[in-house]
Structures are given as C-alpha cells and as structure tokens.
Write a protein that binds this ligand. Sequence first.
Ligand SMILES: [Zn+2]
Length: 214
Amino acid sequence: MTESLQAACETALAYPSQPHSRRHGPQGYTDASAYKPWLRDEFAFRCIYCLSRERWRPDGQEDFAVDHITPSSVDPSRSRDYDNLCYACCSCNRNRQDAVLPFQLDRDSIAQHIEFAPDGTAEPLSADGRFLIRVCHLNRTLLVEFRRRLRSLLDLLTTHRTAHSESVLRELLGFPSDLPDLSAKRPPNGNTRPAGIAQCFFEQQRQDRLPDVY
Ligand SMILES: [Zn+2]
C-alpha cells in the first residue's frame, strides 16, 4: 500500500490540523449558490462540520450546501461575502440553522475542539467543541453509525491488502469525478486570490498531478 493511501485512511475521519487558509476569492455573485463550485474546491468536497465527503453520498454535491459562517440573520451584509461562506452537508447546514460559530475557521482548527472516537462518536475537546457538536447534531445516531462502519471498512481493507482492497480504498478516498473548472468561471467583481486557480483540483487533474486519494 502506498504511503499516501495509508495516510488518507488515517486522516479520513480527522479534522485538518491547521486553520483554514483561503485559496480562492471570487467576488460579486448576487446569489450565494453561485459560489458553490468555488467552495467545493476550497473545502475539498467535504462538509467542514462532519467531514462527510461528496464521494460518500449517493447524490454527491446535491447533498451539500453553501453555509454562512456568520448567519445572514446576524449580519445580512455578509450573506454573499465569499470569506463568510463555507461548505457543509445539507444535514449539518440545516441543523446548525442560525447558531453563531464559537470560533473562527481561519484562526482555529476544529481539530483543537473535536475528535472522533473509534466507535464513531464525536468527542469534545473544549466547551466550543461541545457547542458545535450540539448545534450541528454531530452525534446524530445515523451519522455515528456511518462513521463506525466506515472506520471498520477502512481498517478491514488496510489489514487485508490485495489489489482489489486497494482499488476499493481508492474509490472511497478519491476525488469526485465532476471537479469544477474554476479557470472558466468569471466572478462579476473578479477574484482577490487568482493564484488559487492554478492550484484548484481540476487544474491538478488536467496537469496529471492530482493525488489519487486524500
Ligand atoms: Zn455535515
């Protein structure tokens, strides 16, 4: 098994260890949903709260939503501000509603506040983590069961290594097939971080340097 595949198995259910540093900066869309392709790439096609990936959902990106870090009810002026938007599965987005996040994603990593136990339970490491688990319902029964089953499956496939098990792992931990081509997008008011385009996953795939798993 390659090192990258082993690492992807170990981190599939772990929050990124560093605060999120934005790669993209599209500006000027009048509809928040127009930012979705950018956010899919920005947050690697997974829910920032529960870490569910598009690949793990039968309907892929249809199960994901544009989530407002500061809710529009609290600050309507930021409802279409890219730096106030993130990517969440529809369940976490719906559960969170208008709860104000207890920390800033560009300063704090959720890893400092929550970790997942081997049985799939989200365990708080701080009062802020406990708050986020509660408002996003991160210990909803079916989600905990899903994480436990996924953990068992990853462990099984990494223990019994065959060409077939590695191929299944690559299916589980690979990127979605419909990567957005951000270079073709024309945000009405430009892009404050144009350098991110060359690093988007579509470009990496076009240049044959997209990792096979993550
Ligand atoms: Zn979620």
